[in-house]
Design a protein around this ligand. Structure first.
Ligand code: HSE
Length: 415
C-alpha cells in the first residue's frame, strides 16, 4: 500500500497510549496542519483512565490491523513480544510502521530487515535511538562507512539523568531514579535503563545504520550504572572527571568495529561531560570531517514524539531504510582489543588481578579499593565478577588499545 494514495492525509492506528503515545496524540490534535489523525488506539488495560475519547480505544489489535482505512501503524508499546507480532502482521499486510520499540527491534533486527525486503513496506524507528536527535537516518544516508571512524556518546536519558542528579545536585540514587520515572524518562521496567540493556539495544541500531553490522544485544559488552558507588563519583570529581554511561562503536586498525556500553570517566571540560540530565549526545568522527557532535533530549514524551512525527513525514514520500551498508561492504564486530579500566570494590580480593594484562595502580582504603589497569575484552565477555554487587568497572577516557606491554603481575599477587 502506498500512503501517497491518501492525498497526504495519514490515518493512524496507534498501539500504546503511554507517555509517548499520549504526547503524539496531543501534538497531532494540536497541529491539524500536519494532516494526520489517529483513528483507533489499541491498549492493554481497558480500565485505566485515558485523556482521549473512550470511543478511540480498543483492546483488540485486529481492529487496527484489519482496518483498510488505517494506512500507517504507530507502535509504541513496552511489551516487545506483542510489539513484534503487531509490527510483523502490519508489514505483511502492507501497512508501513513507525516504532519506538528499540528492545523489540534490536532483538529481532535480522528478521525485521528480511521482512522489509520481502514486503517492500517501510519500517521506520528514528525514535528508537536518542529520541529527538536525528541520528539513524543521518547515519544511513549521509555517512560513508569507510570514512566513519567512531561513534561515542550518551544514548540513555534516564541513567544520564540519575548520574547528573547525583554528581551535580547531590541526590541519592533512589530519589534520582524516582524522579526519572516520574518524568517519563525511564522504561516501564527501569532495570533495562539501569543495567545498560536499553543503551545496548540502541547501540545495535547505531551499528546497522553506521557500519552495516547486524548484531544481537547479547553479543555486545555492556553494563549500566547499578555498580556505581557514591565513592566512584567522588573519585571522578577529584580526578577532574564525570562518570557517564557511554556507548561506543569504534573502528579498529584492521577496520573491524569494537562496540560496547560501559560507565566511563570523561574529562570535565569535554563535550560528553556537558551532556546533562535526560539529554543524549553523540560524537561522530569521520576521517575527513573530524568530530561532529549531535546533542538533544534523549527521553520523554514530546522529544520522542518529535522523532515519530519525523518518520511519519518521511512516509509521505515513501522513505524506507535501504540498509545500504549491509549490502555494500559491511564492517564486522571486533573482539580483540584491550580496555583501560578502573575497577572499584569493597576489597581487592574481589578483583581477579590475574585477568589483567597490566596493572598500573591499586589504591586501598577502608571504604573502597581501586585497581587501574588494562584488560582484554574477552576477559570481561566471558565472566561476571565485574557485574557483581559492590563492584564497579569504569573506563578511562580513550578507553581502547590494541596492544599492551604485558607487565609482570607477580608483584601484585596477594593484595
Ligand atoms: N528509557 C529511555 C532512556 C527512553 O532513558 O533513554 C528513551 O529511549
Amino acid at each position: 500500500m502506498s500512503i501517497q494514495n491518501t492525498k497526504g492525509n495519514l490515518t493512524i492506528g496507534l498501539f500504546g497510549f503511554g507517555i509517548v503515545g499520549e504526547s503524539l496524540f496531543n501534538v497531532l490534535n494540536e497541529k491539524p496542519t500536519f494532516g494526520a489523525r489517529v483513528k483507533r488506539i489499541c491498549i492493554k488495560d481497558a480500565e485505566k483512565p485515558r485523556s482521549a475519547p473512550s470511543s478511540l480505544f480498543t483492546t483488540d489489535p485486529d481492529e487496527l490491523l484489519n482496518d483498510k482505512e488505517i494506512d500507517v501503524i504507530v507502535e509504541l508499546i513496552s511489551d516487545s513480544e506483542a510489539a513484534y507480532r503487531f509490527v510483523s502482521t502490519a508489514l505483511h499486510r502492507g501497512k508501513p510502521v513507525v516504532s519506538a520499540s528499540k528492545k523489540m527491534i534490536a532483538e529481532n533486527l535480522d528478521a525485521l530487515i528480511a521482512l522489509q525486503k520481502q514486503t517492500g513496506t517501510s519500517f521506520l524507528y528514528e525514535a528508537g535511538c536518542c529520541a529527538s536527535i536525528p541520528v539513524l537516518r543521518n547515519l544511513e544516508e549521509y555517512y560513508d562507512n569507510d570514512l566513519l571512524q567512531r561513534l561515542s556518546g550518551v544514548v540513555n536519558g534516564s541513567t544520564n539523568y540519575i548520574l547528573t542528579r547525583q554528581a551535580k545536585d547531590g541526590y541519592k540514587f533512589e530519589q534520582a531514579l524516582s524522579d526519572a520515572q516520574e518524568a517519563g524518562f525511564a522504561e516501564a521496567d527501569p532495570s533495562l535503563d539501569l543495567e545498560g540493556v536499553d543503551a545496548a539495544n540502541k547501540l545495535v541500531l547505531l551499528l546497522v545504520h553506521a557500519y552495516g553490522i547486524v548484531a544481537h544485544p547479547a553479543q555486545l559488552l555492556y553494563s549500566g550504572i547499578t555498580g556505581i558507588h557514591d565513592a566512584d563519583i567522588k573519585l571522578a570529581r577529584e580526578k577532574g572527571y564525570e562518570v557517564k554511561l557511554i556507548a561506543h562503536a569504534l573502528k579498529t586498525g584492521g577496520g573491524d568495529v569494537a562496540a560496547f556500553v560501559l560507565p566511563q570517566f570523561v574529562e570535565r571540560q569535554s563535550r560528553l561531560a556537558g551532556v546533562a540530565y535526560e539529554y543524549n549526545g553523540l560524537e561522530i568522527e569521520s576521517s575527513l570531517a573530524d568530530v561532529q557532535f549531535l546533542c538533544g533530549k534523549g527521553a520523554g514524551g514530546y522529544p520522542t514524539a518529535s522523532a515519530v512525527l519525523s518518520d511519519l513525514s518521511a512516509l509521505r514520500y515513501n522513505y524506507r531504510y535501504e540498509y545500504k551498508k549491509l549490502t555494500n561492504a559491511p564492517s564486522r564486530l571486533c573482539d580483540d582489543y584491550y580496555l583501560h579500566v578502573c575497577v572499584g570494590a569493597r576489597s581487592l580480593l574481589h578483583i581477579p588481578q590475574e585477568h589483567f594484562e597490566q596493572v598500573e595502580e591499586w589504591v586501598s582504603s577502608e571504604r573502597r579499593c581501586y585497581l587501574s589497569g588494562t584488560i582484554h575484552v574477552n576477559k570481561l565477555l566471558g565472566t561476571d565478577w565485574w557485574r557483581k554487587p559492590g563492584v564497579s568497572l569504569i573506563l578511562y577516557p580513550d578507553p581502547i588499545s590494541h596492544e599492551v606491554v604485558t607487565s609482570d603481575l607477580h608483584e601484585y599477587a596477594g593484595i
